[in-house]
Design a protein around this ligand. Sequence first.
Ligand code: ATP
Length: 248
Amino acid sequence: MADRLLDAQSLVKTYGALRASDNFSIALRRGELHALIGPNGAGKTTALNQLCGEQLPDSGRIVFDGRTVTRMPIHRRARLGLARSYQITSVFESLTVRQNFSLAIQAHNGHSFRFWRKAADDPLIRRSVAPAMDRVGLTERADLPAASLSHGEKRQLEVGMALAGHPKLLLLDEPYAGMGPGGAVELTKLIRTLKKEVTILLVEHDMAAVFALADRITVLVYGRAIASGTPEEIRENPDVRQAYLGES
Ligand code: ATP
């Protein structure tokens, strides 16, 4: 269907006898913020890994923006507009915020990291860095090393770097993990802004954030999607309440 940006069908991923994805299916509509939730070990990260190409499914099919990408390598999916930010922050601590953005923009433009210092002088790249920093509210931090940023600011930087290539789909893996209340409020504001311009798949344990942000939610239990719907539908779903939200 044309309104679907991503359609993953019947993904299976096994580790020995364990089925981390057990016929997992999910459909993302263009423009939505879709949350993927589930208990620890349910297979959320395994699912994200297959969607972005970090791991290949044993079987199943993934269609992104009208193209089958099931076995396509991660960098080619990135070029089609599929970006991922990681559970563990992946910024370059010793480089400044500006340099981190410069690197991300060069990487999206296909430069190799060996030449990044030279490419940092490229006027086109320099011109792209300012709006990219501004987009995630880090302009005032431009010349500070990433190591000196707060945890929340590092998340902003990481999201900003993932956005530098103007992706169509942003996969966010537990952005609220380890964040204090102040940082969480800032992050919610940032994600609210981002959701106006990019489709987002959010994997998150923080249910307050999920229910505040999501247009739709898919619930994963033992590698299977047991329900998919609006936050209200998910809250009322008896299977979800029993299996995940802790009611019997
Ligand atoms: P969490 O919420 O704790 O991050 P998750 O829902 O992201 O968990 P996964 O990390 O995808 O779950 O793990 C799903 C299952 O697969 C778990 O039982 C995990 O122990 C197992 N698993 C994940 N990676 C591997 C691996 N490389 N080798 C073996 N088992 C693995």
